[in-house]
Write a protein that binds this ligand. Structure first.
Ligand code: LMG
Ligand code: NDP
Ligand code: PMR
Length: 399
């Protein structure tokens, strides 16, 4: 036990050390590709070869229900200089917290049009207005991740809009730490894993075609992870700990009837279900990377943006927790980040030319510099990733 505790402490310290030493900065630039490089490669043949290979393997890309013309990736300015067109990014759950802050950070650059994929249209509209996001920089589209029909409908509506898809950010999540009994999605999956993982799994699988069609220089699929799903950290060792076990509950469909509502088949625990869902998010990102990075050139990434202790994520927690959690994170763990800062971090993963490396789980050190972080053993287990992928395909009707 003492040994275990010591190794836990050293694991978390070594990460902090790595961050402070500036290794992170070197890491990100070392593997980074400059925008001009990616631009060059985009205009040369390898990328169209990739597209052809992808089409040969998966058949023709789905015909859109409305004829659309994707704007060319560059347009000539009045002086005749070519400039990159605005990027088009979908962010799920952009009506509050990290998603909203990221939408704001990207919109402010004037280089991005943000599709805010939200379950509550009015809330999203009010949020965008009060964050001061300019009208021409965002579109709100309805998406309820707790319904697979809604996910499919969203994808159809998005295609009909005729916009290209350059980056997809899977950000939305629910956290139900005080629930005593499980609640379920429209399709009968336990709500946290159903929303955070399965809804996003279907969404990202369907939109992979669209990302692949984009002519943008750096196409990315980002799934938000978390430290609390990683048991190689102190935070990840606060009970209940994430653990997917042999995934018997997931294989059974998490319906709480003939099978458990929990992935590992155990009894319901809302906090554990959330942490398990984050492990699935991080495993999914890596499985995407293994299956599709080489042939599509798409960057697949995950991240821990820091502890944004003030967001709506904790809305179901007891009031005392909501009161004490921000000062605890600010003054004791020092893991606290503001919503604004977290939005800037995720915006970097969306658009920073130095963060194009695929298969990476990004984190930030105390000086707010990004670095490639280590995932826990479970969150980087390739067999588990494949199993999560295969079971999720069945549950979402893809296989
Ligand atoms: C569960 O509670 C809930 O049941 C569940 O609903 C969900 O919320 C879940 O993970 C989320 O938690 C588990 C329990 C874990 O949490 C609580 O009971 C809540 C109390 C804690 C509230 C924390 C936020 C506010 C903190 C208050 C601080 C206020 C600031 C002022 C105080 C000043 C003090 C100087 O909590 C525990 O079980 C606590 C024990 C966990 C230990 C941490 C895990 C580390 C394990 C690794 C060992 C490492 C070795 C130790 C190293 C020591 C280093 C010096
Ligand atoms: P918020 O609760 O502020 O934001 C979550 C968003 O998800 C909201 O916009 C919410 O919509 C949306 N959402 C929830 N359910 C659905 C659904 N069924 N369909 C569509 N959208 C839905 O929390 P955060 O900003 O903190 O969380 C964002 C991400 O960051 C999550 O993935 C979380 O796991 C991750 N994260 C957060 C950390 C933190 O400390 N806060 C730390 C590490 C990771 P609505 O506004 O309608 O409720
Ligand atoms: Mg944690 C050592 C640093 C650290 C960090 C960075 C977090 C992040 N937490 C840390 C430590 C601790 N937390 C310790 C020592 C405790 C015991 C007192 C503790 C407790 C705690 C609780 C009860 N922490 C929590 C909770 C939650 O309900 C949050 C949670 O687990 O949500 C799933 C949470 C979090 N702590 C974090 C982060 C980032 C969270 C929430 C968000 C998330 O993972 O998405």
């Amino acid at each position: 036990m003492a040994l275990q505790a010591a190794s836990l402490v050293s694991a978390s310290f070594s990460i902090a050390k790595e961050g402070k030493s500036g290794v992170s900065l070197r890491d990100t630039t070392m593997f980074g590709v400059s925008l001009s490089d990616t631009l060059k490669s985009d205009f040369s043949s390898p990328s169209s070869t990739c597209k052809r290979e992808f089409q040969q393997k998966f058949g023709p890309l789905r015909v859109q229900s409305v004829a659309t013309t994707t704007p060319g990736v560059t347009k000539a300015s009045p002086e005749g200089k070519k400039t990159l067109r605005k990027g088009s990014v979908i962010i799920t759950g952009a009506s509050s917290g990290l998603g909203l802050a990221t939408a704001k950070a990207l919109a402010e650059t004037g280089k991005w049009h943000v599709i805010m994929a939200c379950r509550d249209f009015l809330k999203a509209e009010r949020a965008a207005k009060s964050a001061g996001i300019a009208k021409e920089n965002y579109t709100i589209m309805h998406l309820d991740l707790a319904s697979l029909d809604s996910v499919r409908q969203f994808v159809d509506n998005f295609r009909q809009s005729g916009r290209p898809l350059d980056v997809l950010v899977c950000n939305a999540a629910v956290y139900l730490p005080t629930a005593r009994e499980p609640t379920y999605t429209a399709d009968g999956f336990e709500l946290s894993v159903g929303t955070n993982h399965l809804g996003h799994f279907l969404l990202s699988r369907l939109l992979l075609d669209d990302l692949n069609k984009s002519d943008y220089p750096s196409k990315r699929l980002i799934i938000v992870g978390s430290i609390t799903g990683n048991t190689n950290t102190l935070a990840g060792n606060v009970p209940p700990k994430a653990n997917l076990g042999d995934m018997r509950g997931l294989a059974g469909g998490l319906n709480g009837l003939n099978t458990s509502a929990m992935i590992d088949g155990g009894s319901f625990d809302g906090a554990k279900a959330y942490k398990d869902s984050k492990v699935c998010n991080m495993l999914t990102m890596q499985e995407f990377h293994r299956r599709y990075h080489d042939e599509t050139g798409i960057t697949f990434a995950s991240l821990y943006p820091g502890c944004i202790a003030t967001t709506g994520l904790f809305r179901e927690h007891i009031p005392l927790f909501r009161l004490l959690f921000p000062p605890f994170q600010k003054y004791i763990t020092k893991g606290f980040v503001s919503e604004d800062e977290s939005g800037k971090r995720l915006a970097q993963v969306v658009s920073d030319p130095s963060l194009t490396k695929s298969g990476v789980y990004w984190s930030w050190n105390a000086a707010s510099a990004s670095f490639e972080n280590q995932l826990s053993q479970e969150a980087s287990d390739a067999d588990k990733a494949r199993k999560v992928w295969e079971i999720s395909e069945k549950l979402t009707g893809l296989a």
